[in-house]
Design a protein around this ligand. Structure first.
Ligand code: HEM
Ligand code: HEM
Length: 187
């Protein structure tokens, strides 16, 4: 048996669970963010979407930070040798980009809301201070960053899902690495 035979081929179960929970939250948070800004949205529904969006975004931030700490403790398993060094490099760059953009989106959203003097219900309920000074110009800058970075995040998610489906079709073992920790699914 060579050392390669004993290396893990999947992410740890917590990583796989976090991946799918964050993916579901992001897939719900983006349309909620766009819908809540539509001018003809009824007031009650708009308020509900704002609450879900802001608090969902804070949960995404917390889970991404947890994931990054976990990733340092448990690095990603090696990619299948069928992938070229260039493919592996592109995958690493795309994953780094996804984490960076999730952080930019969540932090800019947080600053936009706090600097604008608005509530984040979940954090207010536990008495967490705002950390950000009240400032209209800071709120406007954060709003611009939030509205602009979303295009990069959406583009990268589409590329990521496209690449994942490509690997699923090829059944080369990449999809199985992140399969949710339920049952014995493999691809
Ligand atoms: C929509 C939000 C999503 C985000 C933000 C996201 C983010 C990520 C990130 C950051 C990684 C790298 C994990 C690491 O090495 O730490 C990853 C891995 C992976 N994701 Fe996603 N993902 C999303 C949705 C999806 C979807 C819908 C699919 C499937 C159709 C998918 C399939 C995969 C696969 C197969 C891997 C493993 C890649 C590897 O072997 O290294 N992801 N994802
Ligand atoms: C990864 C997490 C997040 C994603 C993917 C996301 C995504 C979006 C998107 C796509 C929009 C619509 C932008 C537009 O049409 O101009 C939006 C708007 C907004 N988001 Fe987020 N968001 C996230 C986190 C947060 C957080 C944590 C907060 C606050 C705690 C927040 C607060 C807002 C607010 C207040 C708006 C409306 C901006 C305005 O005043 O025009 N978001 N978000």
């Amino acid at each position: 048996m060579t050392p390669a035979d004993t290396m893990p081929t999947r992410y740890p179960a917590l990583t796989r669970a976090l991946h799918w929970i964050v993916a579901a939250l992001v897939i719900a948070t983006i349309p909620a963010g766009v819908l809540m800004l539509q001018p003809d949205m009824p007031r009650g529904l708009r308020d509900t979407l704002f609450i879900l969006h802001k608090n969902g975004g804070v949960i995404i931030l917390a889970l991404v930070l947890l994931r990054l700490v976990w990733r340092v403790l448990y690095p990603a398993p090696p990619l299948p040798s069928s992938l070229s060094p260039l493919q592996a490099q592109v995958a690493r760059g795309a994953h780094f980009g996804l984490y960076a953009l999730l952080l930019v989106m969540a932090v800019s959203g947080y600053i936009r809301v706090r600097a604008g003097g608005f509530p984040i219900e979940m954090l207010d309920a536990i008495g967490l201070p705002g950390f950000v000074p009240r400032s209209d110009s800071l709120a406007d800058t954060a709003k611009w960053v939030h509205a602009t970075a979303r295009y990069a995040l959406i583009a990268l998610i589409l590329a990521h899902v496209g690449a994942a489906l490509h690997h699923l079709r090829k059944r080369d073992g990449v999809f199985a690495r992140i399969w949710p920790p339920l049952g014995r699914g493999r691809a």
